[in-house]
Design a protein around this ligand. Structure first.
Ligand code: C5P
Length: 399
């Protein structure tokens, strides 16, 4: 039996010169035991024919949204539902851009929008297109949403220049897909609570005290934990991000509501990852009516919110506790103090004064400090990659 036996793979082929390599990818996937359903963009058909893929996969090939295909009623939904994984190789700059903003104007983009299966994309294009900030931004956005990106290789490109942008060899792509699909589920059977976003503390019916947290880090952790097999509860402050797939969500607004939601499930939890930016203070009174402006000063009295994580540390049993420390100076000193005071297993510290990392961006540059005094410093990376590192550290400590 092949390593992908029983897996159903939707292979999206887009219109780059590397489209010919997708033929070998389809063939290798099939040899590994997978059922392969190819969707081509119109442009891809300029490089390779539908017939080639049909012969190789033994399945109908889809291009046109409106063509009649024997086996499926509403075909893009059927393919979206049957897929165990959607692999797009090669992925042009155009498809990266379309998928990053949710455009659905052909069979492939519609299927991607409708699927709940994991998505793997292998970008391949001219180096300048790849390095263009807009392409990099789209890739960052996709990674942050949990799309797996197989990095292009460097080398001699069809356009005559040397640089990054070449589609890795089919054998490497199939190896990456196989590793992804057969990877050990490190957190299966574990219950993990993740908090994300900022809390908002009302002043009156229309105003609140809040902060700049967007929830990106916590959502990436929740998504990755679910992918690693954990049962995940995500307690989130207001955020524009989509619900991570396979994650139970509780949406809250205030620190007190967040505390109640976390406490309700704490006893059963194996780990709590507090990535939320919890407001330390809340207005002592919330005006019932909208506060009117007047000539004088407006003074608010604030009172302390509970430190949720500190409270969890006090009641700590089997749970692993992970905190975040966002600092603008004395990073190490403050992070180590919090680690001890809050009784954590480790703390993720980042310097939020850096422009390229931290709040509201796709990347983070952190240092981890552990209970036993060890620390590990990491370079700038996507929040998705960082989520994997954090969860690996948790899995190591659970086994
Ligand atoms: O003390 P500081 O706010 O810097 O600690 C940050 C860590 O503590 C984060 O993990 C945050 O989610 C958590 N925290 C909390 N309750 C608060 C403030 C912070 O759980 N009121």
């Amino acid at each position: 039996m092949g390593s992908l036996a029983g897996k159903r793979i939707v292979l999206g082929v887009t219109g780059g010169i590397a489209a010919y390599k997708a033929v070998e990818i389809a063939s290798r996937l099939r040899k590994a035991g997978a059922e392969v359903h190819v969707i081509m963009t119109r442009e891809a058909t300029e490089f390779v024919t539908e017939l080639t893929f049909r012969e190789i996969t033994g399945q109908p090939v889809s291009v046109d949204m409106w063509q009649k295909v024997a086996n499926f009623n509403v075909e893009h939904i059927a393919l979206a539902n049957l897929a165990d994984v959607v692999l797009i190789a090669p992925a042009t700059a155009n498809i990266l851009a379309k998928i990053s903003v949710g455009i659905a104007d052909d069979m492939l983009t519609t299927t991607v929008l409708a699927t709940k299966a994991p998505i793997i994309m292998a970008p391949a294009m001219n180096t300048n297109m790849y390095e263009n900030p807009v392409t990099q931004k789209n890739i960052g956005e996709l990674k942050a949403r949990g799309v797996q990106i197989i990095e292009p290789a460097a080398g001699h490109l069809a356009c005559g220049i040397e640089g990054k942008g070449r589609l890795p060899e089919p054998v490497e792509i199939v190896a990456a897909v196989t590793a992804f699909m057969t990877g050990k589920q490190l957190l299966s059977g574990k219950k993990i609570i993740v908090t994300a976003g900022g809390t908002i503390e009302p002043l009156d019916p229309v105003r609140y005290l809040g902060n700049r947290s967007t929830g990106k880090m916590g959502y990436a952790i929740a998504q990755e934990a679910a992918r690693q097999g954990a049962e995940v509860l995500l307690v989130s402050g207001p955020s524009n991000l989509p619900n991570p797939v396979g994650v139970r969500m509780v949406r809250i607004q205030t620190a007190l509501e967040m505390q109640a939601a976390v406490q309700a499930e704490y006893t059963e939890a194996d780990a709590v990852i507090m990535s939320a930016a919890v407001a330390d203070y809340r207005p002592k009174t919330v005006a019932r009516e909208k506060i009117k402006k007047s000539d004088g000063k407006l003074v608010f009295e604030l009172e302390r919110n509970p430190d949720i994580l500190y409270g969890l540390g006090q009641q700590k049993g089997q749970q692993l506790l992970v905190g975040f420390a966002a600092e603008t100076c004395h990073l190490e000193e403050y992070a180590r103090k919090k680690l001890v005071k809050k009784n954590l297993d480790f703390i993720v510290a980042n310097d939020v004064s850096a422009k390229d990392a931290g709040f509201a961006v796709d990347n983070n540059r952190v240092q981890l400090f552990f209970r036993n005094g060890d620390s590990e410093k990491y370079p700038l990376m996507s929040k998705q990659e960082l989520a994997k590192i954090i969860l690996n550290k948790i899995a190591e400590r659970m086994s």
